[in-house]
Design a protein around this ligand. Structure first.
Ligand code: ATP
Ligand code: MG
Length: 248
């Protein structure tokens, strides 16, 4: 059972559903207990944002879609929270943009890696990377540096939802274009991103997919224009303003 027994009209439906999915992820062994804490932090910001996708976040989602579509090798990095919250939605985003899915864990254990890969396959993924771990991100200790050489190792654009700040910085230093989904605009992950998407992953991933479908026929010039027009500093300050004013 993935879902909850609460009517969709319940004012806290989305938040309850999110919590339920994370709890279920812990039960399935795909989400770490640390993931529960991360979720709690995210929820607090989302509450202040009014649990909605702001206009500025929507622009970031469109820019992220444009980056993924024009990339040579886009990869969607999947951790235990992302796998619990949006497994099918990540598969759809991969299909809409031609991006690979790679399991990439901060608290890496082979068992969790396998479970997450299975969970993604259960949701329609046919190829899941991350299990070879034959590449490294320079500047990080051994366990946290592991990636697939033909996945994130080779990617030019990486979507990293809910990533830890150190790894986000290390990926940026490798010259990768980073698209970060993080509800905290002050977190180092959001601060180092080429495109910081300050939105709940539950809304952000389908949002990027919608834009990618909309831009499917767009010319390279149009994608370039969307990418060039995106202003990361403006996105971060709009998010911070929205949170500080309680979503008003
Ligand atoms: P650093 O400053 O190094 O980036 P951190 O404070 O971000 O560290 P974590 O608590 O591991 O460290 O990060 C989890 C991040 O993920 C938090 O910023 C939180 O806001 C965000 N987050 C949690 N759940 C969600 C969610 N459902 N959607 C989007 N972001 C989320
Ligand atoms: Mg962070």
């Amino acid at each position: 059972m993935d879902e909850i027994d609460v009517p969709e009209s319940h004012p806290r439906y989305e938040s309850l559903l999110t919590r339920h999915r994370i709890e279920h992820g812990v039960d399935l062994g795909i989400t770490s207990r640390q993931g529960l804490i991360a979720q709690g932090r995210g929820e607090a910001y989302d509450y202040l944002l009014g649990e909605r996708t702001t206009e500025s976040a929507d622009r970031a989602e469109r820019a992220a879609a444009a980056h993924l579509l024009r990339a040579d090798h886009p990869v969607l990095s999947v951790n235990g929270n992302a796998a619990a919250l949006v497994p099918g939605e990540l598969v759809e985003l991969g299909d809409a943009t031609g991006a690979d899915l790679e399991v990439n864990l901060f608290n890496r254990t082979e068992e969790r890696m396998e479970r997450i890969a299975d969970h993604l396959r259960d949701h329609g993924a046919d190829d899941v990377k991350g299990l070879d771990a034959d590449g490294r991100i320079p500047g990080l200790d051994h366990e946290r540096a592991k990636v697939d050489a033909d996945g994130i190792g080779d990617a030019d654009v990486v979507l990293v939802p809910l990533e830890d700040g150190d790894r986000a910085e290390a990926l940026a230093e490798m010259g990768k274009t980073e698209l970060v989904i993080d509800l905290n605009p002050l977190s180092r992950s959001a601060q180092t991103a080429t495109v910081p998407i300050v939105d709940n992953i539950i809304r952000a991933v389908p949002g990027i997919t919608d834009h990618a479908r909309d831009l499917q026929e767009a010319s390279r010039d149009e994608l370039d224009r969307i990418v060039d027009d995106f202003d990361r500093e403006a996105a971060l300050s709009a998010a911070e303003d929205a949170i500080r004013s309680g979503g008003l």
